[in-house]
Design a protein. Structure first.
Length: 411
């Protein structure tokens, strides 16, 4: 018998980057995909296949996947559930295999967003036509997103989801778009939905009430209790629209260490050893500091000062620590250069560049190759507009042709 599992589907490169005031370059988005892959995340919603400035980045990352530069993770695009978007997506990104097709299902949005253009029946019609076309165009895995599912009449939500299933959708995404659910309401609704639809359920929550991780875990529990796989949507460091999405590391920690969840299977590929590195990189790339009290990753997450706590933690870490810092990839000293430093940037020359790569223990076959990589590093710096990190420099040297595509934009 199929034992349902909880998988992680990270949406940093979609919901995270569509957030006000923050953004990532295409190289930074690529590095996020690599970090998520290293953490054993099942899927990265890596962008918008109908958005022209994403095209080269998306195609280059699919190439990275097919050439083995990413292994294990699936890359999915987000589009509206319309035939027009499906056509454009496959025209611009022909090898895309995973798609999320999104349409609003609540009366609030059907009436006040579609303004009479669509009703209950035509929302289902648009969606089913889009799913059919996506399948014909080569999509291997299709998830249908019910936007504003938490404010959708439950019987209509079930009808909509069953129609998606009957036309061949592989999953349903329950979106708490406004963050109005509580762990109680989302549990009850997803329990019924999963039972009636019998498809894997994606749980997409927002933090407007500060309940995002609790809601996500509760929704996943409901799906599993109804015999369905669950895919929790996360963002690194809880980035995302308004108050943010579910924080990747917090969700994983909650499933691993939360009381009452011992029997719930988390995707065994998940590896928190890379969590520290991933979160630090995302913080640098977004330019958003990690709060000192962020679960697992904040600088206070394993700090003790008050007499009783410090004494207790020193006697036995289990007195005041729920999990080990080593599990999150913490504990190694970080070396900061305080003397002379040669850096590689947009105006670098070959000698300084060589010095930087020698320190990274990257060797070039000949002068020609070094010159080629130097040129790409210059462009990468123009592209990122901040100093490149070691992993970015190594990536460019290892995948120069893919890197070139990522930096290329033709407006
Ligand atoms: Zn969202």
């Amino acid at each position: 018998m199929h034992k349902p599992k909880i998988y992680i589907l990270d949406v940093t490169n979609r919901d995270g980057v569509q957030t006000s005031r923050i953004c990532l370059s295409k190289l930074q988005k690529t590095m996020i995909n690599i970090h998520l892959n290293d953490m054993g995340v099942a899927q990265s919603e890596f962008g918008f296949p109908v958005t022209r400035h994403e095209t080269n980045y998306l195609n280059a990352n699919l190439e990275l996947l097919s050439s083995g530069g990413l292994s294990g993770i699936n890359l999915s695009g987000w589009i509206r559930a319309t035939s027009e978007d499906v056509k454009t997506a496959f025209k611009l990104v022909p090898t895309i295999k995973y798609l999320n097709l999104s349409i609003s299902t609540s009366d609030q949005m059907i009436v006040h967003k579609f303004k009479g253009k669509l009703d209950h029946a035509s929302v289902i019609k648009e969606m089913t036509e889009a799913v059919k076309l996506a399948r014909q165009s080569g999509a291997e895995s299709i998830c249908v997103n019910a936007e504003d599912a938490s404010r959708t009449n439950i019987s209509y939500l079930i009808e909509f989801s069953q129609a998606a299933r009957d036309i061949g959708a592989d999953r349903i995404r329950y979106c708490d778009t406004l963050g109005c659910d509580t762990p109680f309401s989302i549990y009850d609704r997803i329990k019924i939905l999963a039972k009636e639809v019998a498809l894997p359920i994606e749980i997409h929550c927002h933090n407007d009430l500060g309940l995002v991780v609790a809601n996500s875990v509760s929704g996943a529990k409901a799906a599993v209790d109804s015999g369905c796989d669950a895919y929790i949507n996360t963002c690194v460091n809880g980035m995302g629209e308004r108050a943010g999405n579910a924080d990747l590391v917090s969700v994983i920690l909650a499933i691993k260490y939360g009381h009452g969840l011992e029997e719930y299977a988390l995707d065994e590929r998940i590896n928190l050893k890379k969590a520290w590195k991933t979160c630090k990189y995302a913080s640098y790339a977004f330019g958003v500091p990690i709060p000192i009290n962020q679960p697992g990753i904040g600088s206070n997450a394993f700090a003790h000062e008050s007499g009783i706590h410090a004494d207790g933690a020193l006697k036995d870490r289990r007195n005041y620590e729920l999990y080990d810092y080593e599990e999150l990839g913490r504990g190694d000293p970080e070396i900061i250069e305080t003397g002379r430093q040669i850096t590689a940037g947009e105006y670098s020359g070959i000698k300084g560049f060589r010095n930087v790569y020698e320190k990274l223990e990257v060797e070039f076959h000949n002068e020609e190759e070094a010159t080629k990589i130097l040129e790409l590093v210059r462009y990468a710096n123009v592209h990122n507009q901040k100093p490149l990190v070691d992993d970015e420099l190594k990536f460019i040297a290892k995948y120069p042709d893919i890197a070139r595509k990522i930096f290329t934009m033709n407006p």
